[in-house]
Design a binder for this molecule. Structure first.
Ligand code: BDR
Ligand code: CA
Length: 318
């Protein structure tokens, strides 16, 4: 059975990514590593613990990652993130705090150890900045060959960014880390805005969760409605909210949900286009392509899987 680690800045779509993973019998979620972005590190860790409890899975361990991109700076949540995910990251919905604490092992060591233990069975799914995985690869470069692969949510190759015309939020928070990951040679599939803005959810679907009559269903519906409402302001042309992070989990479970372009990627780390995800000129003629960028998605099949899996989970959780 495939093992997954989710690396989350637990906001609304990250919580939906947890739900998708827990609702997928084909994979075992062996742990969540915490990062920063939609919320500060500690709030994200708090959310991951509380959400896994609420969804009936208190056995899922949560590990604390790095609080920001480098020791030389600090991180503050952007206004746009707080608007889209709410100050608490989960759409201002109040759920009980878990009585569990994060594990004492740091996220980076957990990632390195898990790659040793599970090898090719292990898929690592970062849906925030790539800070933790870049640190793990720097500390133990052999992790790149050990892992089964990485399915990352981030970047935009064929469409504009969502922070500015060329950069996407997860990449913009730590362009150096994403660049390091792409150039490390780790097999990675990039699930960027190219595809995640094609997989949209509306109030019609969240009502189905509410209609289950369970606490978990009501939580998922209320949290996601907040996110859909924010999208009505930030991207009214879409007619729904982007299922960014759950799509990355969906592809980790079933790679046939997307069509991909094999290409060696890099991230611009200097100059006016800092944060741009683009093909790496230096490796253009290298016959070995280490990254696949998703450029097409079977929207109907994904949405159907998304709804079926999460509804079953929210029903069982009560
Ligand atoms: C990404 O940024 C965050 O707001 C979301 O959780 C997602 O991972 C989309 O650009
Ligand atoms: Ca995220």
């Amino acid at each position: 059975m495939k093992k997954l680690i989710l690396d989350l800045d637990t906001g609304v779509d990250d919580a939906l990514a947890i739900s998708y993973a827990l609702g997928s019998p084909e994979v075992e979620l062996i742990g969540i590593t915490g990062t920063y972005g939609n919320v500060l590190l500690d709030q994200g860790v708090r959310n991951s613990l509380a959400v896994t409890d609420l969804l009936g899975h208190p056995e899922i361990k949560v590990y604390k990652g790095l609080p920001h991109a480098s020791a030389a700076d600090s991180f503050a949540v952007g206004e746009a993130s707080a608007f889209i995910h709410g100050e608490n990251g989960i759409g201002e919905v109040t759920i009980p705090d878990s009585n569990r604490e994060p594990e004492s092992e740091p996220a980076i060591d957990f990632i390195i150890d898990a790659a040793k233990t599970y090898g090719k069975e292990l898929i690592y799914v970062p849906t925030g900045p790539m800070t933790n995985i870049a640190a793990a690869l720097r500390k133990a470069p052999e992790t790149a060959d050990r892992l089964g692969g990485i399915v990352l949510m981030g970047g935009a190759l064929t469409v504009p960014g969502n922070v500015n015309a060329w950069t996407e939020a997860n990449i913009s928070q730590d362009p150096e880390a994403a660049d390091y990951l792409f150039r490390s040679g780790t097999p990675a599939t990039m699930i960027g805005l190219d595809v995640t803005l094609q997989t949209l959810l509306t109030y019609r679907e969240t009502q189905r969760w509410r209609d289950l009559g369970t606490t978990a269903g009501a939580f998922l519906a209320d949290m996601t409605d907040y996110y859909i409402k924010a999208y009505e302001t930030t991207a009214p042309h879409l007619g729904g909210c982007g299922l960014h992070d759950p799509l990355a989990v969906g592809v980790a479970v079933d790679p046939t949900l997307v069509t991909t372009l094999p290409i060696n990627m890099k991230v611009d780390v200097e100059g006016p286009t800092r944060g741009r995800t683009i093909g790496d000129n230096d490796r253009l003629n290298d016959p070995v392509k280490t990254t696949k960028v998703a450029i097409g998605v079977d929207v109907r099949r994904f949405l159907n899987e998304f709804m079926t899996r999460i509804a079953a989970l929210a029903q069982a959780a009560g």
